[in-house]
Design a protein around this ligand. Structure first.
Ligand SMILES: *[C@@H]1O[C@H](CO)[C@@H](O)[C@H](O)[C@H]1NC(C)=O
Ligand SMILES: *[C@@H]1O[C@H](CO)[C@@H](O)[C@H](O)[C@H]1NC(C)=O
Length: 340
């Protein structure tokens, strides 16, 4: 008896969540979002929310940054419309990458290898209630400690929907193959990344190297880019478990066809786009996005060199795998690929 009651309650809760999430979709077209009088609730502060600021600015004259953003959003919507057949419903699991800033009304979907450490640092400053002042003073590993920032998946369905409707949602993306080569270099060519070597490297070598040496099999520390590509395009890989977030596609990490991002920032225009987000949030005088002086940054030329070792057959398979990220964010097919 108790069991069935609990079961019914559980079912009711599930249905409730389902209903809420569906509601978000029905109201999600930009014009329907009710912002006018509905003052959003940022812990009592009466200032305008970043989303209101964005929508109000859109009605006034447009700056170059705004025009660029509008173009990116329209492009994204168009690609979503023409490439996704059926809309599915969001689940809390889909929202694990959305970092919440309740103080300022921001939702940031983090994509590894796209300045996400610096964005997490900035959000720790913004949500830290005075605990942090300077983003770069926060150690990188601390920025990635799960408990230090809240993600949208931790909230109830009603709270999720309220935030999806009223917060400024933003994402930063990067040329997909540059991001991929950056992930490979960082996780497989640096001797300190032993956790990745053990977890993924050993598996890749076992499966994709013809005559592996014992030491390589044990340490997994000498995976070639070619072997990494074999691993990515092998259907078995994703059957067993989802891709690691460092090489998972933005499409799968941030669901840009289900969540309507207000700002699509790009790594290629990182400083400018970051400044714009901080300005919309009204905090551009309090916190500055760290400017990176990294000299080891992966560039397009570098990516081209890595792809020289990959046969056209595998280039094509890999391009198909990442195709949606190219299309959604208007990245052209790299000229160095041999897709014929
Ligand atoms: C405002 O936010 C606080 C804390 O998140 C919450 O307890 C309160 O119910 C909210 N008020 C309204 C009117 O939504
Ligand atoms: C897409 O990319 C092309 C080439 O880089 C550029 O000329 C165009 O303005 C971009 N379109 C949008 C909507 O961003």
């Amino acid at each position: 008896m108790r069991k069935t009651k609990a079961g019914r309650l559980f079912l009711a809760t599930c249905l409730g969540s389902f209903f809420f999430l569906i509601l978000y979709f029905q109201n999600s077209s930009r014009s329907v979002v009710a912002l006018g009088g509905a003052r959003t609730n940022f812990t009592g502060k009466s200032r305008r929310s970043p989303l209101q600021t964005l929508l109000n600015n859109d009605q006034l004259e447009q700056s170059a940054v705004q025009a660029t953003q509008l173009g990116r959003r329209e492009m994204l919507e168009e690609v979503c419309r023409s490439h996704t057949r059926k809309r599915r419903v969001l689940t809390p699991e889909d929202l694990r990458h959305l970092v919440v800033d309740d103080e300022h009304g921001l939702l940031y979907c983090y994509v590894p290898k796209v300045a996400c450490t610096n964005w997490k640092r900035v959000l720790m400053v913004l949500t830290g209630k005075g605990r942090y002042h300077e983003p770069l003073a926060i150690p990188a590993n601390e920025a990635h400690v799960p408990g230090n920032l809240r993600t949208l998946s931790e909230y109830s369905a009603a709270e999720i929907n309220r935030r999806l409707r009223s917060y400024l949602k933003f994402i930063f993306v990067r040329e997909p193959f540059e991001r991929l080569v950056s992930a490979y270099r960082n996780k497989f060519t640096r001797s300190y990344n032993t956790a990745f070597h053990k977890r993924y490297g050993t598996k890749i070598i076992r499966r994709h190297r013809l005559d592996p040496k014992r030491g390589s099999l044990e340490r997994g520390d000498d995976v070639s880019f070619e072997e990494f590509v074999y691993y990515l395009v092998d259907p078995r890989t994703q059957q067993k478990e989802p891709f690691n977030e460092h090489w998972e596609r933005v499409h799968s990490l941030c669901h840009p066809c289900l969540i309507h991002y207000d700002i699509v920032g790009k790594y290629e225009t990182l400083a400018e786009d970051s400044r714009y987000v901080l300005k919309l949030a009204g905090v551009d005088s309090e916190v500055h996005f760290p400017t990176s002086a990294k000299t080891t940054r992966t560039t397009g030329d570098m990516a081209a060199k890595f792809f020289r070792d990959i046969s056209p057959f595998y280039q094509k398979k890999l391009f198909n795998l990442y195709r949606m990220d190219f299309l959604l964010f208007n990245y052209s097919t790299p000229a160095y690929l041999k897709l014929m």
